[in-house]
Design a protein around this ligand. Structure first.
Ligand code: IMP
Ligand code: MG
Length: 180
């Protein structure tokens, strides 16, 4: 697996530091509020686990699994729910936890979906942001690290289902990708 890596783009130390800062902000902003963190499977799990341990206020958590990519590196724009959340978010402060916002189509879909269920508000926290690829105008309230227009893996992010367990955010050798 490591032999497929061309470059470490964001180190595990940078990721940890970023999660810490975000956790501190979230702890302040949501103090005294009933907050539900919703992790987006599967990519969001690694960041989710880091983030919640940097949050010092009580919280609820749940997960949703959506699919938009298949084995390609581009968003199809069609988002499909594979597993929905179990809990009722009516009146709660919802915070969507994403690995990476790229076109923004997934986040747009998720924000609209949850807003339709009567929460107090719906915000988003993402580990990584690739703003150069944005296709929809969407607000991201808590952004971790801004990255350039490169297809990355590791820290939960996959290519064809692989590489999620790499601890750093990496760029693969061009020979490993079909087309990006
Ligand atoms: P969007 O709908 O285009 O914003 O894409 C959102 C999802 O696509 C992210 O949550 C990732 O799971 C996946 N994705 C986008 N860019 C990358 C990448 O560079 N590497 C791996 N997955 C990516
Ligand atoms: Mg994702």
């Amino acid at each position: 697996m490591v032999e497929d890596i061309q470059e470490v783009l964001i180190s595990r130390e940078q990721l940890k530091e970023s999660a810490k800062k975000l956790g501190e902000r979230i702890s302040l902003d949501y103090a005294g509020k009933s907050v539900v963190l919703i992790g987006v499977l599967k990519g969001g799990v690694v960041f989710f686990a880091d983030l919640i341990r940097e949050i010092t206020i009580p919280l609820d958590m749940d997960f949703i699994s959506v699919s938009s990519y298949g084995h390609s590196t581009r968003s199809s724009g069609v988002v499909r729910i594979i597993k929905d959340i179990d809990i009722d978010i009516m009146g709660k402060h919802v915070l969507i936890v994403e690995d990476l916002v790229d076109s923004g189509l997934t986040l747009r879909y998720l924000k609209d979906l949850f807003k339709g269920r009567g929460p107090a508000d719906v915000k988003c926290c993402t580990a990584l942001d690739k703003p150069s690829r944005r296709e929809v105008d969407i607000e991201i309230e808590y952004k971790g690290i801004i990255i350039p227009d490169k297809f990355v893996v590791g820290y939960g992010l996959d290519y064809g289902g692989k590489y999620r367990n790499l601890p750093d955010v990496c760029v693969l050798h061009p020979s490993k990708y079909e087309i990006y």
